[in-house]
Structure formats: C-alpha cells, structure tokens
Design a protein around this ligand. Structure first.
Ligand code: NI
Length: 180
C-alpha cells in the first residue's frame, strides 16, 4: 500500500475514459488500497483511479454515516430526483461550485472481493458516487457548471497555480478538500 501523487486538472489521464477491469485480482486490490490511503491522507470523500494516473474503472467513496464503498466497473442503473450542492475535487484543489446531481442513484459494481454489489444511495453518498463515476468517464465537476461560472473558476484555478508547473501533486496529510 502506498500514498500516490494526485493528478491535477491539465493531466491528460483525467480526460480519459477509464477501461473496464477484467477481474478483481491482487493488482486491483492493491489499487483500491492505494486509493484509500491517498484519499484519507488528502481528507477526500472519494477518489477515482484516473486521479492517481491509472485509467481503470476503479473508484472509492467514503461519506460520513453512509459508509465506504469500493466501485469496480460501476454502472448506474437508476437515478431519481435532483439535488444542488457544493462540490470540490482533489484534482482541482481550492475550487468549489454548486453542481446539479440526481438525489438518489442505484449503482451496481464489483467490490474488492469481486462480489457484485448493488448500492442504493441518496444525498451526499449519491453525489459522491456520481462525481467518481464521472471521473471514470473523463468528466470533471467543472464540466457540469454553466459556461460563465466555469470560465471564472478556470481563471481562479490558473491564478492559484501561478508559478507552479506540472500536473502532479504530493499528498500531505494536512490537505483537505470536500470531494474526491
Ligand atoms: Ni473529483
């Protein structure tokens, strides 16, 4: 198990559609362990493999009082309702925006043992699951805000990145963010 570097906005892997996992083997379990270690160190509530540079359909979510879930090859079966709430992303630190999501989702995924699980989620957990599955499809929360708002957020992002180059960030445990 190891702490991984985070890929930040601008890294091409964040825009890739991640590949299905053929089976849950020790390699996938090691990836899941790295996701958990990195997410916890960064105080995230979810993390997708793309964010640590691996384009495989493996993500995790961890929402207080709603449990931790491993999502291997997740598929959304049902969505219901609507919620608007603030999101951030470990790959776009310090940038936050309100995002429209389904209030409730039913998702099917494999867990770290390879068992097929059905997860019914609402509220924050449903939001986190939708955010992470977006990552696996190369979609970022900034893509889900209006064009004017997005332009402003991207300007803020560029400003916050002044003097820094590259798209990799070491995780240090005092970092925090609202979402993976
Ligand atoms: Ni994210």
């Amino acid at each position: 198990m190891s702490l991984r570097q985070l890929h930040l906005l601008g890294s091409p892997v964040l825009r890739q559609r991640a590949h299905e996992v053929a089976g849950v083997d020790d390699g996938v379990r090691a990836l899941v362990a790295d996701l958990f270690e990195t997410m916890r160190a960064a105080n995230g509530v979810g993390l997708a493999s793309n964010q640590i540079g691996v384009a495989r359909r493996v993500a995790i979510v961890s929402v207080q009082d709603q449990g931790e879930h491993v999502l291997v090859n997740p598929v959304i079966l049902e969505t219901d309702g609507r919620q608007v709430g603030e999101e951030g992303c470990l790959s776009i630190p310090e940038i936050f925006a309100d995002v429209d999501r389904a209030e409730r989702v039913v998702v099917e995924a494999l867990d770290e043992s390879g068992a097929r699980r059905r997860i019914e989620a609402s509220g924050m957990l449903a939001r986190a699951i939708q955010h992470e599955i977006d990552h696996l499809d190369g979609i970022l929360f900034l893509d889900r805000v209006g064009p004017l708002k997005r332009r402003r957020l991207l300007a803020d992002w560029k400003k916050s990145r002044k003097g820094e180059d590259g798209y990799l960030k070491d995780v240090v445990p005092e970092d925090s963010a609202k979402l993976g």
